[in-house]
Design a binder for this molecule. Structure first.
Ligand code: NAD
Length: 500
């Protein structure tokens, strides 16, 4: 069985723990590797490597850091295919989708290449007579990233390019379900000339995570994953005095007005619900259809859903691959059953799908559930699978109220031909990322990504300007260089100093 090890201080290591977890090939249902699960000693080794490397890396000039980032950018770009294959083999998503996620991660590296510009401080001359005031930002120290299975390259790349560009060192704890992409990225960093210990990969489960959260030498924690774990990470790391950003789960609604172009909308809803088998935190999982558009839209969406080509992610003809594990598949099937039992109408049924030559794979076919109401489990739960619920409502304000009553607030979209309705929607919903005729409104790397409510705990969204702010802290300097003759006129005051 292939062994997947940690990457600490510039080399692979099996670590000291005997604990290992299986890594599956979701398209075949077979185990393909074993990943090491870190012990507390392994946590200590990774954090010590990062702490030691911080001494020099935090002092490296902006030119030095930028050169390494540009070299890393070139190497990732040259290896997109290799990284995408590792993602497809462990996650299951189709290769074109895996390439897309690497590309979106690469955009954050490109953003981070501009770090000399991003770290410019402010300067105000003569704020008082003979006194100047200026500010700059410094790195925090050892930063940790704990990431989910659904984007094994992109989500880590939301974090570490910015953290490292700012002068921090990094320990990545990727998902144990698809750990290989992070190791390719570690090798590429080494080839780009990043000093040993600046970027480390520590595989593991709760034991590794808790070790990192409690470690006194960890300064900041970035987390992306499900809401219960995000809440836990935010609480525990904050308690330990660390800076934390913890992005959680989602239930993303698209509302469709009768004046929308229904064919365009159906196309985009199907891609946004079933792309990556619905395992995206920005997937559309509930379509709220208003007024008379419902029957026609459900019909068109169902027709397109039936036409989605499901198969191995390695097969060039596939549009949708399997879900990540057998447990994920069984949970999704259970929720579809619950929807049926609770009175919803299964318009397209993905249960019982068998893919020829991949009968053991973890497949669920695209599923469209109509006449869903807010009390049903299919509406309330984040399904994280290829299931689209259709909710029928009467007007925009009721749809906005429904979205605002939902505990999550990651993404949402409106499909309409009315600018007035779109504007009312974008101002009325309590959600972090909003699309207007755009189903998956993921901001570009030079903006920041983040939801509201139970989709994010902490003050900072991820990457973009808020990423730079998260991974640095400010110093403000007030400086006077008195001339010998002036010194007599600048005597110290006992009253609180004010500008003169
Ligand atoms: P998860 O919460 O199960 O795991 C995320 C990370 O936390 C993994 O590295 C895992 O090893 C670790 N972890 C799991 N259980 C833990 C525990 N009890 N204690 C400490 N650490 C633990 O999430 P997942 O299933 O890998 O990913 C899917 C979830 O991530 C979905 O809810 C999805 O919406 C969310 N997600 C959110 C965003 C976003 O931007 N908001 C992006 C991608 C994924």
């Amino acid at each position: 069985m292939r062994q997947i090890d940690h990457w600490i201080a510039g080399k692979t290591t099996a670590g000291s723990s005997q604990r290992r977890a299986p890594v599956w090939n979701p398209a075949t249902g077979e185990q393909q590797a074993e990943v090491a699960l870190a012990s507390r000693d392994d946590v200590d080794a990774a954090v010590a490597a990062a702490r030691d490397a911080f001494v020099e890396w935090s002092q490296a000039s902006l030119s030095t850091r930028t050169r390494v980032l540009f070299a890393f950018r070139e190497l990732v770009n040259a290896n997109v295919g290799r990284i995408a294959e590792a993602i497809t083999d462990e996650h299951g998503k189709v290769l074109s989708d895996a390439r897309g996620e690497v590309q979106r991660g690469l955009e954050v590296v490109e953003f981070a290449c501009g770090i000399p510009q991003l770290l410019k401080g402010d300067f105000s001359a003569q704020v008082s007579t003979g006194v100047d005031l200026f500010s700059f930002r410094e790195p925090l120290g050892v930063c940790v990233g704990i990431t989910p299975f659904n984007f094994p390259a992109m989500v880590p790349m939301w974090m570490f390019p910015v953290a490292i560009a700012c002068g921090n060192t990094f320990v990545l704890k990727p998902s144990e379900r698809d750990p290989s992409a992070s190791l390719i990225l570690a090798e590429l960093w080494a080839e780009a000339g990043l000093p040993e210990g600046v970027f480390n990969v520590l595989h593991g489960d709760k034991e590794a995570v808790d070790g990192l959260l409690d470690h006194p030498d960890v300064a900041a924690v970035s987390f992306v994953g499900s809401t219960p774990i995000a809440k836990y990470i935010h609480g525990r790391a904050s308690q330990e005095g660390k800076r934390v950003q913890a992005l959680g789960g989602a239930k993303n609604h698209a509302i469709v007005l009768p004046d929308a172009d229904l064919d365009y909308t159906a196309d985009h809803l199907v891609a946004a619900a079933f792309g990556s088998a619905g395992e995206r935190c920005m997937a559309i999982s509930a379509a709220v259809v208003l007024g008379g558009a419902a029957d026609e839209l459900v019909g068109r969406v169902s027709e397109k859903a039936r036409a989605v080509k499901v198969g191995s992610g390695r097969d060039a003809g596939s549009e949708m691959g399997p879900v990540v594990t057998a447990q994920a598949r069984d949970r999704i099937l259970g929720l579809i059953d619950a929807g049926e039992q609770q009175g919803a109408r299964i318009s397209v049924d993905g249960r019982g799908l068998s893919v020829p030559e991949h009968e053991g794979g973890f497949f669920v076919g695209p599923t469209v559930i109509d006449e869903v109401t807010p009390e049903m489990d299919v509406y309330r739960e984040e399904i994280f699978g290829p299931v689209l619920s259709m909710v029928r409502m009467d007007d925009v304000d009721a749809a906005i109220d429904l979205i605002n009553a939902n505990p999550y607030g990651n993404g949402t979209a409106i499909f309409t031909g009315s600018g007035e309705a779109a504007r009312r929607f974008q101002r009325g919903v309590r959600v972090g990322m909003i699309g207007v005729n755009v189903p998956i409104p993921v901001p570009m790397a030079y903006y920041s990504f983040g939801g509201w409510k139970d989709s994010l705990f902490g003050e900072h969204h991820i990457h973009g300007p808020e990423g730079v702010s998260f991974y640095t802290r400010a110093k403000v300097i007030t400086a006077r260089w008195p001339h010998v003759d002036q010194a007599a006129h600048q005597a110290a005051q006992f009253s609180f100093p004010t500008a003169r």
